[in-house]
Design a protein around this ligand. Sequence first.
Ligand code: VG1
Ligand code: CO
Length: 544
Amino acid sequence: MEPKVVSTTPFEGQRPGTSGLRKKVRMFQQPHYLENFVQAIFDTQSELRGGTLVVGGDGRYYNRQAIQTILRMAAANGVNRVLVGRGGILSTPAASCLIRKHKTQGGIVLSASHNPGGPEEDFGIKFNAANGGPAPESVTEAIYARTQTIDAYRTLEAPVIDLDHLGAQRLGAMEVRVLDPVSDYAALMESLFDFNAIHQLFNSGHFRMRFDAMHAVTGPYAVDILENRLGAPPGTVMNGVPKEDFGGGHPDPNLAHAHDLVALTQGPGALDFGAASDGDGDRNMILGKNFFVTPSDSLAVLAANAHHAPGYKAGIRGVARSMPTSQAADRVAEALGVECFETPTGWKFFGNLLDAGRITLCGEESFGTGSDHVREKDGLWAVLFWLNLLAVRQQSVSDIVHEHWRGFGRNYYTRHDYEAVDSAAAEGLMDHLRILLPELPGKRLGDYQVDYADDFAYTDPIDGSVSKSQGIRIGLEGGSRLVFRLSGTGTQGATLRVYLESYEPDPARHDQDTQEAMAPLVLIARELAQIEARTGRREPDVVT
Ligand code: VG1
Ligand code: CO
């Protein structure tokens, strides 16, 4: 098994986006496409030579083939050992957990997260560093730069590695160890949450829940943790068998895509609790009986109640949220007297703050919540945190959130997505907003006066790196906000995201319908950005 060197030429557009390189499967299947990107990782991350690498993915179409390619290339590039999840399966948070627990030099995670899977759909790859987190921009930029000059990659001629049986195998001089993808992760969860209290809640006879794994990676994790370890009745996990095409759906846990689960929490006979996770297991949706918890509120409620979970009983050090996430968590941080950070979209921006011990909890409006236990957002972790809270507080989801609003006020929140918009039109819309920015402060928009308007830039408080143009932020009097940005995870045209937030301190006004409460702001956003004129779209494709 001699390493061989294969000549290649660069592909355009291999710059990682919000979370790795995501493209259509067909793109990845072109000869040398995946190989070039993987070689760029090995060429720029020299500590992998002689080191240990974690490899796994969300099980989508092309996962197994990509893993075989990566294993052969890892062996040819002098990696000493690869830890891979059985069947090639690792949820994103479990990959992060393994990197940290086994102190590896990094990991390669294969996923396009919430995007659909299948031969005509999406695939993705990203590199996580030794802290378990997505590589920071300095690293992703170095990888990208390498893809633009690459002229060869190294691989081995070797038989296919058996990924379906636990144990060690050799590939040239490298060891491939196939691990149970669930056990280390489940043990970590058990160390953070009160499993006895949750067990009792399941046994109380008056608590019914479902977890929707959406035919994606969390199925095996949820069955093991919820049903086997915590004693939830069999069938609690729905759509629990991972499929290469996620059963044809979008594995995106939101009100639009997890409609079956949402229906189970509504009307007569509604469940007490519903939860779902996404393709790679890092997102979560939390539902109560006839009640939806916005991800922004979820972060705020968890921050305010963290001391109820054993892993956080000493309290939290600080909180961070992505810029478009509502400011609900800021109020909690203020009340607790801890720091609060506003970062650009994408989990990679939380890594330094977590490593430095400045924050314990962090979250994004896009159904992402997490803590310093790993360096990725973590879907099942959030679900277990909520179950821990419900078990300890003995209240319904709705009661807990209403009580939270009474104490802190309510941040009404909605996100409107316009998908597969013409890229030039979307860029034009953002440029138009950028030109408007200087004249906005002090101006009236509908009933609101503009406090500030900027193109969000972030200086990392730990390493001083600067990230510019992270979205248009328009702050209105009274704490309301409009935010506009273009997605960095889409694979077709551009996706315009419009994020709207309105603050309501008065408890008498905490039970309005969200879309009704937000309607005036929605109109302002549409007009200001000239959405219909510039994109031809009257209505958003997805409202969450
Ligand atoms: C989206 C979300 C962002 C999230 C990212 C990756 O990015 O908005 O908050 O971190 O997806 O999540 P964008 O650039 O499309 O808005 V996941 O679960 O797809 O890894
Ligand atoms: Co995801």
